[in-house]
Design a binder for this molecule. Sequence first.
Ligand SMILES: [Zn+2]
Ligand SMILES: [Zn+2]
Length: 163
Amino acid sequence: MDADHLRRFWAKVQKTEDCWLWTAALDQGYGRISVAPGRAARAPRVAYELLVGSIPADRQLDHLCRNRACVNPAHLELVTSRTNTLRGLGRTARNARRTHCPKGHPYSPENTLVSKDGERFCRECRRLACEQRRRRQGVPALNPITRQRRAIRAACERARRVR
Ligand SMILES: [Zn+2]
Ligand SMILES: [Zn+2]
């Protein structure tokens, strides 16, 4: 980062006794800053690299204060992405220790769907739920009529939302 970018970076930070708040653009809650023409970076990473040191490729920053908009390096800790996920959500942590879904299907690579925040879902259960709804609605599995296809898709959408 050149002097100009540096100056602009710190101008966007509002230091409080506790967190250093990012006052400019946020990306999924994290501060976002242009570091060079056409290149953006996450503000906490920039602050950490400026004040602490470089971040290895296999590490992520975890906000100990749980405030994503904070760029105070004292609140940031280098962790592996798995640690970050496990810490982030208690539910994900409990889920990660299980080897089978509540119905007893294995969380094997083929049978597991993983959401963006690391939560796992059982594919077999999804499939069974879709099938059940399809049967209940009396829609045959193979039917070229658009209206019925839509009903199936809607049923699957609903099944997806049920956890
Ligand atoms: Zn903080
Ligand atoms: Zn299952």
